[in-house]
Design a protein around this ligand. Sequence first.
Ligand code: HEM
Length: 498
Amino acid sequence: MIIIALYALGLLLSLLVITYFRISRGISYRGGVPRVGPPGVLGYIKTALQYTFDAELVITKGRADFSGKAFVIPTLSGPVFFLPPKYLEIVRSSNDDVFNEPMAVSEDLQLPYTMDVHQMENPYQASVLRTDVNRAIPSFIAEILEESNLVMAETLDSSGESKSITLPVFNTMTHLIARISNRVIFGTKTCRDPAFLRAIVRFSETVTLIAPFVRWTPWIFRRLVYIALSSILGGKQKPLRFIVPLLKKRRADDKLGQEHDKPRIADFLLRAASPQEPLEGIAMRLMNINFGSIHTSSIFITQVLFELALLPRGDLNSIREEVMDALESEGGWTKTALLKFKKIDSALREVGRYYGLMHFALPRISVLGHDLLDGTSVPPGHRVAIDMKAVHFNPQVYPDPDRCDLFRFAKMREDEEGASSKYGFATPDSNYLPFGAGRHACAGRFFAAMELKIMLAHILLNYDISFPPGVTARPANITFNGAIIPDSKAQMVFTRRQ
Ligand code: HEM
C-alpha cells in the first residue's frame, strides 16, 4: 500500500515538474513570434486545451490576430510555430539537418514506444515503397480488384430479403482497407485471417490515440503509460505475434530457393533489410506501412462516400459512365484505365483539399532555428508546421474555396491543356499538401491512389449509396490534437444495384 502511495506521489510530482517546464518553454521561447490566446501560464494552458479539442478555433483566431505572419500555437506538448504559406518553399526544400521530418514523426507517433526507434534511423521502408512497390503497382491491380470484390460482397451485401444494408461507414472502410492492403503486403491467407485483421486494425487505429497521451507524460513514466494504454486499446504485441513467424517462413523459403506465388511488399522489405536486422524490426516496418495505409486511406474513402451520398443522381451516374467507358476502352482494370477515372480522382483530391488529415502540413523540427526575416525567428529545437488551410482555401488558386466540389480538379484538368497529371490525386504541389511535399512527401501515395480508385469504382458500379432516412447533411468531423477524423458512428446505406 505504502509503495503504491509513494509511487502515485512520485508520479504526481514528476507530472507537475515536467508540466511546469513544458509550459515555461511554451511561454518563454525566444524570437518574438506572437502566441495565440491570453498571456501567462493559465492563458497557455487554456488555449492548449482548446487546441486539443478544437484546433480550427485556435488556428482561425491566430490567422485573424496575426494576419499573414507566423504565430505560435500552444499545445500540451509544447509550442508549435505555425507558418503562413510564404514559408512553405523554404521548409519544403530544406533537408533534415535544417527542418527535420523523422524527429517530428517520431515525436508525434512516439515511435520508441508505439513501434521502435530503428525505422526512423534508417527508414528504408520508405525507399522500398518509392521503388519496388511503385514499380509493382500495375501487377497489384488484379489482386486488389479480386480482394475488393470478395470483401465487399461479404460486407456490403445484405444477407436478408432486403437488398440494402446499413453500416457504420468509417469502421467498415477501415476493415476493407486493412484486408485489401494486406492482400499485397502479406498475401491471400494472412489478409483473410480475421484474428490478424483485428490485431492490425486495432494497432493502426490506436497509435494516434495512444501517442499523444504518452507524449504528454514525463518521460520516465512513458513506457508505463504505453503499456497501460496499449493493453486496453491494443498495441504492437498482437500484430507482431502474427507477422514475425510469417517473415521467418518467407525468409526460410527464400534461402531454400522456393519461389512465392508473387512477391509481396513483405518480400520487398525482407530483401532490402540487412541480414543482421532482427525479424521483429522488419515486422515493425510492415506495421508502420499498415498504419500508413489503414489510418489514412480509410479517412479519405469515408470522406468521399459522405460527399458522394449527397450528389445528385445525374452526377453519380456521370462518374459511373466514365468508369465504364475507361474499362471498355482499355479492355478491363489496367493502370491506364485507372488513369481515366478522372472524376473519382478529382473527388479524392478535393476531399484532400477540403478536409485532409490534419489542420497543418509539413510538421518539422527546426534544428538550427530559423530567421523569419520580419524581425522574428523560430528558436532552435522548436517545431514548425505550415498552415494547411491557408494554402487549400486560397481563393486565388481555388475559386469558391468553401465549397467541396468533387469535380473541381476534373474541370481544372479539362480547362488547362496538358494539366492531366498536374491535378491528379497523388501529385503534391505548392497549393496541395495532404501528402506533404518535398523529399518526405508520402511514399505510399501512388499505392493509396490505385487502391482507393479501385475501391470507389467498385462501390459505385455495384451499390447505390445513401444516408439513412432523415439524415440530410453529411456528418460533422471530429478533431483531436490537430487531426481531422470522420465521425465513426455515422452510418450509410449500401444497396446492391441490378
Ligand atoms: C490517402 C492516403 C494517404 C495520405 C493522405 C498520406 C499522407 C502522408 C503525409 C502527410 C506524410 C508526411 C509527408 C511530409 O511530412 O512531407 C506521409 C508520409 C508517409 N506515408 Fe503516407 N499517406 C497516405 C497513404 C499512405 C500509404 C497507403 C502508405 C503505405 C503503403 C504510406 C506510407 C507513408 C510513408 C512510408 C511516409 C514517410 C515518408 C518519408 O518520411 O520519407 N502512406 N503520408
